[in-house]
Design a protein around this ligand. Structure first.
Ligand code: NAD
Length: 315
């Protein structure tokens, strides 16, 4: 990676990834783009351009003007919102991806886009879900993610585009709010713990899902992009995870820091149905052996850091 274009840069992942990429590769080497503008520091700390990823011509023009050699494509509609707006989800998630892949082919760019545990479905084995397994998701987001994984494989095999990707679990972070995913509760619970000492979960008590703390997710993206290409067998859809947790487990970890924390439930059947179709825990062995995936934060370490960062921001 030398000159990097990031789409959807103001989102939960992009807003932190751009900061980290600029630290490593230099501020002028990371072109942040998004559909919207904001006062976020990434719009001032280096190049920032307004870009709708469904506009192929505009994306090509920006990529060419900045002479980028890497595209990190993050713009997407997430699982819960995609289920509410399936047509918009298809057009954005597939149209944007196709444009980003085409530009990478034409300009010879290395390419990264995240897949998700949403790429699995109800018939996938739920525990220790293998890297290669049944993928018949029943959500629009899941359909988009499986199609995206296949499309990225296709661009590698057909055109030699150096495509890479991770199947992210729910990502937990404190800087930017999550953008309409099924695992958003796992971020909200920490905010509520600090501000109110209690949280009402829309996800049921025993809904076990994979999660990962944002610093580990950012490292995973960079480590995979920097990995020796000849070692990669899977390329586009590596299972990665740091923990498999349910709301009760997160609440117990919070109580170690905030003893009186109260958790109750008001289950949202729509988001619960999506969660019920996903794995309980995925197997990240392929990522570990092919490019050395590792994490620094387990539930305890993440909870300690989340709560201290959020408390400091309260002051
Ligand atoms: P987000 O919703 O926080 O951010 C998405 C960004 O895309 C937003 O800033 C939005 O303004 C922008 N955007 C929307 N439509 C656009 C368009 N037409 N053109 C350009 N930009 C547009 O998402 P995120 O959490 O940062 O996720 C990024 C990627 O990672 C997505 O592909 C998502 O599916 C994947 N992912 C995220 C998680 C997670 O927990 N956050 C988990 C698994 C996979």
């Amino acid at each position: 990676m030398n000159k990097i274009l990031v789409t959807g840069a103001l989102g939960q992942i992009g807003s932190e990834l751009v900061v980290k990429l600029r630290e490593i590769y230099g501020a002028d080497h990371v072109v942040a783009t998004d559909l919207r503008s904001s006062s976020h520091e990434i719009t001032r700390s280096g190049p920032f351009e307004l870009l709708d990823v469904t506009n192929a011509k505009a994306m090509f023009e920006i990529a060419k003007r900045y002479e980028v050699d890497t595209v990190i494509h993050l713009a997407a509609l997430l699982s819960a919102t995609a289920e509410e707006k399936p047509l918009l989800a298809w057009n954005l998630n597939m149209g944007g991806l196709m444009n980003a892949l085409e530009i990478s082919r034409e300009l010879g760019c290395q390419f990264f886009t995240p897949s998700s545990i949403g790429a699995f479905g109800p018939s996938t084995p739920k525990d220790n879900t293998p890297q290669d397994t049944i993928q018949r998701p029943n959500t629009m987001y899941g359909v988009n993610k499986v199609s995206g994984e296949l499309l990225c494989d296709y661009y590698f095999h057909k055109y030699g585009v150096d495509t890479r990707g991770l199947r992210f679990p729910g990502l937990i972070s404190y800087m930017t709010p999550p953008g309409g995913g099924t695992t958003d509760y796992a971020v909200e619970i920490y905010h509520a713990a600090v501000t109110a000492g209690r949280y009402t979960s829309y996800m049921a008590k025993d809904s076990k899902m994979d999660m990962m703390y944002m610093p580990d997710a950012l490292d995973a993206i960079i480590d995979l992009m920097e990995a020796d290409s000849s070692r990669l067998i899977h390329r586009n859809s590596f299972n990665v995870t740091a923990m498999s947790v349910d709301p009760e487990a997160i609440a117990a970890a919070i109580r170690e820091e905030i003893p009186g924390f109260i958790l109750d439930y008001d289950v949202d059947p729509k988001r619960q149905a999506i969660a019920d179709s996903w794995p309980h825990s995925i197997d990240a062995t392929a990522a570990k052996t092919e490019w050395g995936f590792h994490t620094r934060y387990d539930l305890k370490a993440m909870t300690k850091d989340m709560l201290s960062q959020l408390s400091a921001r309260q002051m």
